[in-house]
Each structure stands twice: as structure tokens, then as C-alpha cells.
Design a protein around this ligand. Structure first.
Ligand code: 6GU
Length: 227
């Protein structure tokens, strides 16, 4: 999968993909992330990409022309399956959306800043608008990094153990069960006996029950869609 990202803060999008699973995904050529600096398509020699908003009010708006030039130029070499604008007024990201996007080949992500991007870019190019939760970030970059991570780890071959993404929290609308490692007893707290017994059928049942219980307690809203 190729993911192109258009931003005015390319530095913010370096480190998130240079470590751990995202690094491995790129080394294995399962994922390629290309970050493009919007200033390359600025309207003048000062690097201008934003302007005051019509109607007045504080805050700048990212202009149509740099964004459309960037989108057109990148679209000439790739047929994007989706052009996604990261914005707090988009649809809240969830595992279902991440799963669906992980099946695409070419994604283009647009990161907004200030008051956001000119509405006409959204009308003309954007196929999907995504938020990562009900709070406001200073720009779309960290949200884009979250989205790329959520999608990238789902690509076949990226996770070492192919089954591990399937047992994540949310993959079946359940939270993950508790996990333990050595030592067997720590500060008087013991690992549940069932996990020490080696009966895998019983262990699976226990984990499923724990998942259900945890979801009931913490996120009953998730159960509405399966029970
Ligand atoms: Cl995608 N962008 C910004 N600026 N803030 C957000 C967000 C996105 N998602 C949640 N908050």
C-alpha cells in the first residue's frame, strides 16, 4: 500500500514511521509512506499557502490553489482510491474504518491547519473525512500518523504473528482480555490459575468471558452491535 500525505509540517510526520511496526512494514515493502510539503505548491515566493477567511474572523484558511496543484500532481502518478481529509468534523475513526482502508492500494491524506482548508477542496476532491476523536489537535498531522499506524499494522505480513491483529481490542467489538507474564506471583498478586494449566480450550473460554465482562463494564456501547 502507498500512502501519500500532504502537510505544512512534514517534520511532525517523520518519527512516527521510523520505528517499530511501521518501520518494519516499510522495510518489507508492504507499506510506503511519502510525505509532501505543501509549500512546494505555494502561490508565491514567500511560500504562502493560506489566507484570511472571507466574512472575517480570526484564523487562516488553507487556499485552494496549492492543495489542488498538489493533489493533481500526485494524482498524475497514482490513482488514489481515497482522498482523506483529517478534520475534527469528520467521521470518528474506528477499527471498522481502519479494516476497510487497509484493503485499498493508494491513499492520499490531507492535513489541515489553522481554521482548516477551503471548503471547495473538500467538495471537489475529498472522498472521506476522518477525525480521531472529540477533542481538537493543532493540526491533522498527529491524526494522520494515528490513521497510518492503525491501517499499516493490518496489512498482511506486517505483524509477525498473523493472528495477533485478530485478537486486538475492537477487532470483534470486544475489548482485549487481561494479560500476564513472569513472574507467576508479584507483590502477592498471582496469575489466574486457568492460565497456568495449559488447557487451551479452557483458556480461550476464560479469555472470551474476560473480554465480555471488561466490555460490559467499560464500553457497553460496543456490545449493542453484537448482542
Ligand atoms: Cl483529524 N484534526 C484535528 N486538527 N483535530 C482533531 C482531529 C483531526 N481528530 C480529532 N481532533
Amino acid at each position: 500500500m502507498n500512502i501519500d500525505i500532504i502537510t505544512i509540517q512534514p517534520e511532525l510526520l517523520k518519527s512516527p514511521f521510523e520505528h517499530s511496526i511501521m518501520k518494519r512494514a516499510q522495510e518489507k515493502n508492504l507499506l510506503s509512506v511519502e510525505v509532501h510539503h505543501l509549500r512546494k505548491w505555494a502561490v508565491n515566493e514567500y511560500g504562502q499557502v493560506d489566507d484570511y477567511q472571507y466574512g472575517g474572523g480570526a484564523g487562516m484558511v488553507m487556499m485552494c490553489e496549492p492543495l489542488s496543484k498538489a493533489i493533481e500532481e500526485l494524482s498524475a502518478s497514482r490513482k488514489f482510491d481515497e482522498i482523506i481529509y483529517l478534520t475534527p468534523d469528520g467521521k470518528t475513526l474506528n477499527q471498522k474504518i481502519a479494516n476497510m482502508l487497509s484493503l485499498k492500494n493508494n491513499l492520499l491524506l490531507l492535513c489541515g491547519h489553522y481554521k482548516g482548508i477551503d471548503e471547495r477542496i473538500r467538495q471537489k476532491y475529498v472522498t472521506r473525512e476522518i477525525s480521531i476523536g472529540d477533542y481538537v489537535l493543532s493540526g491533522g498531522e498527529l491524526a494522520a500518523a494515528v490513521l497510518v499506524d492503525a491501517i499499516g499494522r493490518l496489512l498482511p505480513g506486517v505483524l509477525g504473528d498473523e493472528t495477533s491483529a485478530l485478537t486486538d481490542s475492537f477487532q470483534d467489538n470486544l475489548l482485549a482480555p487481561p494479560v500476564y507474564t513472569r513472574p507467576e506471583e508479584w507483590e502477592g498478586l498471582k496469575v489466574p490459575d486457568i492460565l497456568m494449566g495449559g488447557n487451551h480450550k479452557k483458556i480461550d473460554e476464560w479469555r472470551y468471558e474476560q473480554s465480555l465482562q471488561r466490555t460490559r463494564e467499560r464500553r457497553p456501547d460496543l456490545l449493542d452491535s453484537i448482542e
